[in-house]
Design a protein around this ligand. Structure first.
Ligand code: ME8
Length: 510
């Protein structure tokens, strides 16, 4: 990547229900990437927010017995709170009910109309309110009780007949296929690229982009009986935040986005409809859309009927923020589905964090505090074992960088843990506690090598565990400069070190 700007987005979440583990997952993954790119010295713009219009949200407000605006204000605030609790470093939080968004959505509509890609017709077909999606008949199936559902999601569909504006999606089939072919990284992972390619190859119908049977939406400019289809409204949020229709302002430079991070169920909207809208408006396309997998909870799908939605906030309270963030990104290869269980969370915390990194840091730092003058120890002549460990550390940055560019968070962490295990082996083998009595110069060199290794680990782990790695770097006596570039400079010998405290308490299962 040569571009200095890095613009990353999460989906904007529907405010029909409270935030849960799935939302926290996407936001945390995006946060790790935003923080990583800041460490790389990039100019980062990180956007998240809430999707507040449409039939589903309107129905939820009605059920709650509150006017939709008041309802969305309340739920959107809850999503903001979740982002705060998860330490999400978003630069902006967009709400689709904001005037700036209404202006952007209306502007793009007019642009599409002016360019000849919108026409008035009538929609007759299946619609799933839960998915806010139109389905062809062959994408649905009849259940034994006579009701019909969307095959892909299981959401109930209803037959809709209403006047509607259409977007000429069919005109973009070839251009989309060319995009996927020429820009092979546009859709990731690869399996999704194949799925979307064959969907587009099978033929695209024009897309209904307005509704008339309810009113909770952005009015269609010039024909206010219609509200814009919620996906047309929602996707535009990524442009709104850059200042659209005026992209000459301070945020304008961030368009096109570097990465839209989404769950696998909404890849079609992002990899088919969205680039088609942008092409129709004559705007540049995002560089990449990456879709990740879905979490189940203790083996079950999260659902209203099971009442098993996990709110991450009590988990953070119980197990610690960085512990939960680490677990989410370590447990499941990014892109795959995964299962959340308390047992797995506790297992990871105890084995990787308390016994792994925490123990290594505590052993080294408290030993220096007690036996090496509570300062970065002087380095003497290096032995073979020192060179081996330092070389592993020096190679790590490139490995982690490679994994991060592929969004392979688990691989990045795995590489870092390889170094942690090597450092553990090194400390056992070098036994500084014995050297204390026989050779303090050698002891100091060993401790220096360990501090240097811990610094590499701490710096690289900052995006994943920002609070605790900040602490670790404090314990190592680092100044304010904590970007990746710091790894090129040797540790300053003699820097006084504060008394360390344990970073990761062991969880005792009750
Ligand atoms: O789709 N596992 O909003 P949404 C992993 N408003 N991720 C999950 C998840 C799970 N079980 N459940 C939800 C919408 N997510 C639209 C988006 S964007 C222009 C509009 C995450 O509230 C995942 O990122 O249904 C998924 O794509 C998103 O939440 C869906 O959130």
């Amino acid at each position: 990547m040569t571009n200095k700007n890095f613009y990353i987005t999460t989906p904007i979440y529907y405010v029909n229900g409270a935030p849960h583990l799935g939302h926290a997952y996407t936001s945390t993954a995006a946060d790790v990437l935003a923080r990583w790119n800041r460490l790389e010295g990039k100019d980062v713009f990180f956007l998240t927010g809430t999707d507040e219009h449409g039939q589903k949200v309107e129905a939820a407000a009605r059920l709650a017995g509150i006017p939709p605006q008041e309802f969305t204000d309340r739920v959107s605030a809850d999503f903001k709170d979740m982002a705060r609790v998860m330490n999400i470093s978003n630069d902006d939080f967009i709400r689709t009910t904001e005037p700036r968004h209404r202006a952007a959505a209306s502007a793009i509509w007019l642009k599409l109309q002016e360019n000849g890609f919108i026409y008035l017709g009538a929609y007759e077909g299946w619609y799933a309110v839960r998915d806010e999606a139109f389905y062809d008949e062959d994408e649905t199936e009849k259940k034994p009780d006579g009701t019909r559902i969307a095959k892909s999601s299981g959401a109930a569909v209803e037959w809709v007949v209403e006047p509607s504006y259409f977007f000429k999606l069919s005109a973009f089939q070839d251009r989309l296929l060319t995009l996927y072919e020429e820009h092979s990284g546009f859709i990731a992972p690869q399996a999704k690229r194949n799925e979307i390619t064959s969907f587009v190859k099978s033929g695209l119908r024009d897309l209904s982009v307005s509704r008339t049977s309810f009113s909770w939406g952005i009015p269609v400019p010039g024909d206010e009986k219609h509200v814009m289809y919620v996906w047309m409204d929602a996707l535009v949020n990524y442009l709104t935040a850059c200042g659209y229709p005026d992209l000459t302002g301070p945020r304008g430079k961030f368009w096109p986005a570097s990465l839209h991070l989404v769950g696998k169920e909404i890849i079609r909207f992002h990899a088919v409809y969205w680039p088609a809208f942008l092409m129709a408006a004559g705007l540049p396309l995002p560089e990449r859309v990456f879709s990740h997998g879905w979490w189940t909870v203790e083996g079950e799908k999260m659902s209203k009927s099971l009442g098993n939605f996990i709110d991450v906030r009590p988990l953070v309270e119980e197990f610690g923020l960085d512990q939960v963030r680490y677990f989410l990104l370590r447990e499941v290869p990014f892109g795959n589905d995964g299962d959340f269980s308390r047992k797995a969370l506790i297992g990871r915390i105890n084995s990787d964090l308390a016994n792994g990194l925490g123990n290594l840091a505590q052993r080294t730092l408290s030993f220096i505090g007690k036996n090496a003058g509570a300062a970065v120890p002087p380095k003497g002549e290096l032995h073979e074992a020192d060179h081996v460990l330092l070389a592993l550390g020096a190679e790590l940055l490139e490995k982690v960088r490679g994994a991060m560019s592929r969004l392979a968070f688990h691989e990045a962490l795995d590489e870092i843990w390889r170094l942690i295990r090597a450092a553990d082996g090194y400390i056992d083998q070098q036994a500084p506690w014995s050297l204390r009595k026989t050779d303090t110069d050698r002891m100091n060199t060993v401790l220096y090598v360990l501090c240097s290794t811990l610094r590499t680990i701490g710096v690289l782990l900052q995006p994943f565990m920002p609070v605790l790695m900040d602490k670790l770097l404090d314990y190592l006596g680092l100044g304010a400069e904590r970007g990746l570039a710091i790894l090129e400079t040797p540790l300053a010998v003699g820097t006084p070190l504060p008394t360390p405290a344990g970073l990761f308490p062991r969880i005792v299962e009750t």
